[in-house]
Design a protein around this ligand. Sequence first.
Ligand SMILES: Nc1nc2c(ncn2[C@@H]2O[C@H](COP(=O)(O)OP(=O)(O)OP(=O)(O)O)[C@@H](O)[C@H]2O)c(=O)[nH]1
Ligand SMILES: [Mg+2]
Length: 423
Amino acid sequence: MNLNDTRSHAEQAIGAVLPQRRQDLARLRVLAERGLQPVVTVVGKYNHGKSRLLNELIGSPTFAVADRRETVALSGHVHDQVRWLDAPGLDADVDQADDDHAHRATWLESDIRLFVHAAKEGELDARERSLLQALHADAERTRRQTLCVLTQIDQLDDDAAQQQVNGAIAAQAAGQMWLAVSSTRYRQGVDGAKKLLLEKSGIPALQQSLKHALAQVPQARSHEKALLLQEIRSQLQALHAERQLGLAQLRQLQAEQGQRFAHDLAAVQDKTCQDIQAVLDVQGPDHSLTPDSFADQFKMTPGKLERNRLQVAYSKACISISAILTKHGVVELPLEQQTQVKSLDSVMVAVMGVSVKYRQDLRRLFCETAGRGALAQAFTRYFELSADRQALVQRIGHQEAQVQASAQALAAFSALEALETTA
Ligand SMILES: Nc1nc2c(ncn2[C@@H]2O[C@H](COP(=O)(O)OP(=O)(O)OP(=O)(O)O)[C@@H](O)[C@H]2O)c(=O)[nH]1
Ligand SMILES: [Mg+2]
């Protein structure tokens, strides 16, 4: 597999088990594929002067500027070995696609973000504040930097107004440094070669800060790459271990249930054998085999007495076994074995049959090794087919698939990591 296939495979396999890491995988792809140029993007509300600012930083009218919602897609331009990426303004209610572009630029493509806020708007709104917080958290984690830029300061009446805005914004994001700029002043300064205007535009100071930030990009990138790989690796390992443990626990439960059933069944078979043996160990002829004549219809004959005695013993044995089956959830026949006659649809009836039992039947069924073995085998088969047992088998199958998926993800990750670290 080549690098691209390995990466695609890893994205798929890891994304399937850790969907929350899809963005990090996409970022790793960007880091690997975008070459060495650092990427600078703008983020902020629409019409706050983002495109215009980029144009001034690049020194050419590359990106469309207008007094309305203008930028709606991502557009990039390489200048001075930096890739500048213009992004739409954030405004969720206008168009989700625009926000998706903006999101992509900020979180996937960029190394450095210029967080833009127009001075005349005053305080940051809730959305800007939470975005700024997220960017700070990201800087802590990935070392991707954000520079906060207060734009269009020429639109404030005077220095006092600017102080006021500065104060209000500083109070909202404590400790945050804001670079105040005016693109129009800068343009006037450049065009008219007016040094003071240039300085007052704040753009040279922003360029300085950017230069400093750009110099840190290579280190930040290797930190970010290592961090993402390490985070994904440990999360995959933890997930895999957790799934394996879950599987082992289910299998153990399966084995223990089976052992408990076998134990209870053997015990009840021992007990019924003893009880039956006591009934069979009587001396004298077996009257149960003597058929009754028509004349005996309403008399209690020795044959009837003996057959009653055997029937009671047999019923007792069945009740004892039935109790064990019920305890282990083995009552109904599997669906495909069920008939129209509800009373015949029990495991007891299916295994024991409904024929009358005589002494030799009882001895064979409950006391002889072959008969006991056959009963145990039949009941165990129905135990395995019982609803709870089958549900457990299904859960185990599902968990096995989960384990397999996380194992595949880990293997795909290792292959990717090997390529990432040698690349
Ligand atoms: N006075 C003044 N106007 C500016 C400045 N920067 C930009 N503008 C104007 O503000 C308007 C919006 O500027 P854009 O750069 O298009 O704003 P944007 O943030 O890219 O807007 P979207 O692409 O729609 O998100 C345009 O009319 C610009 O000419 C500035 O520093 N001062
Ligand atoms: Mg724009």
